[in-house]
Design a protein around this ligand. Structure first.
Ligand code: FVH
Length: 292
């Protein structure tokens, strides 16, 4: 089409739920897309939408300068890229991995003559290509590569550059998702507490969601304290007060027949900080206790 003449062509390796969503968004925006997937059947619907289907990963890598990989994990990326010629390619890796894996991938790419950008996707597939969804990708590694391909990468999700260290995107990704799991843990405990009573979970949900939103800005306070090193200045809820309240939480769980296995590890850390002299602080000192 006329449109596709002006859009950067790219190759996409990996057509799982996320890879397929990425491919659809780029095709819809008029980008010529060459796709490859280990299981070829997953490419059929995309072929009908205009994607070129490569027979091998090596062919897909050869087809375009911009090569995006979105596979299950770092191991699958290694298996797929092994035997491809990455010389002169702009490799964008949107596969979830650890910071060390990303750094190693960047180093291998450099040795192969490729530029490397790592990405951590902060979205689920239905959010891809929907600007108002808030989907964005943390990128780290080659800034030059992000500048060059920003308009193309921006089609699928917002772009947030977090540093030249190729491991930083993965670190930001995993840090945010870890916080999310902490939230899921608290939410699971809260629902477990009310479950046996005549309380409608659907009626309870907005109360819980509003409370989590009200508490969310506390991350800024924690960040300021970590930066200043002063965990006790202008504290509203002291650790001493919070720890004094924990038996109430544990007894309530017992009364409701709910396990405390999600709550107890955090309470134990607060108690350790209190015993170490942190009673006048807020809860920020727990961060220090976690650092090995
Ligand atoms: N889906 C999501 O909600 C999350 C959102 C945040 C980012 N993640 C990460 O994105 C990567 C891909 O996730 P996905 O949802 O596309 O995952 P699957 O649907 O399970 O597809 C996996 C693809 O990887 C291929 N694959 C797996 N192992 C190998 C291998 N050894 N060699 C070649 N390809 C491999 C698989 O191929 P096939 O099974 O269809 O043949 C799929 O294309 C991931 O890092 C998430 O953490 C998604």
């Amino acid at each position: 089409t006329h449109d596709s003449l002006h859009r950067t062509p790219l190759s996409l390796l990996g057509l799982g739920a996320m890879g397929t969503a990425l491919a659809r968004a780029w095709l819809a925006a008029g980008h010529p897309v060459t796709v490859w997937n280990r299981t070829p059947a997953r490419a059929e619907a995309l072929a009908a939408d205009g994607a070129v289907v490569a027979d091998t990963a090596a062919q897909a890598v050869t087809a375009n300068t911009l090569v995006v990989v979105c596979l299950l994990d770092d191991r699958s990326v290694g298996e797929v890229l092994d035997g491809t010629d990455l010389a002169g390619r702009d490799l964008v890796n949107l596969t979830t991995g650890t910071p060390a894996e990303a750094r190693e991938r960047a180093e291998r790419s450099r040795r192969s003559g490729a530029r490397y950008l790592d990405g951590g996707i902060m979205a689920v597939p239905p959010m891809i290509g929907v600007p108002e969804s808030g989907a964005h990708v943390f990128y780290s590694g080659s800034r030059e590569l992000l500048d060059r391909h920003g308009p193309t990468l921006g089609v699928v999700a917002g772009t947030t550059y977090v540093g030249a260290d190729p491991g930083f995107a993965a670190l930001h990704d995993v840090a945010l998702l870890s916080a999310m799991y902490g939230m899921f843990a608290g939410v699971a405990h809260a629902f477990a507490l009310i479950r046996k009573e005549d309380i409608d979970p659907v009626g309870f949900a907005p109360l819980l969601a509003d409370w989590l939103v009200a508490m969310a800005p506390s991350v800024h306070d924690t960040a300021e304290r970590l930066r200043s090193g002063d965990y006790a200045k202008d504290v509203v809820s002291t650790l001493a007060m919070q720890v004094a309240g924990t038996p109430t939480f544990l007894r309530t769980a017992e009364e409701q027949g709910v396990s405390t296995e999600l709550l107890s590890p955090y309470f134990a850390l607060m108690r350790r900080r209190l015993d170490g002299g942190g009673g006048a602080e807020d809860h920020t000192g727990v961060v220090d206790l976690l650092a090995r």
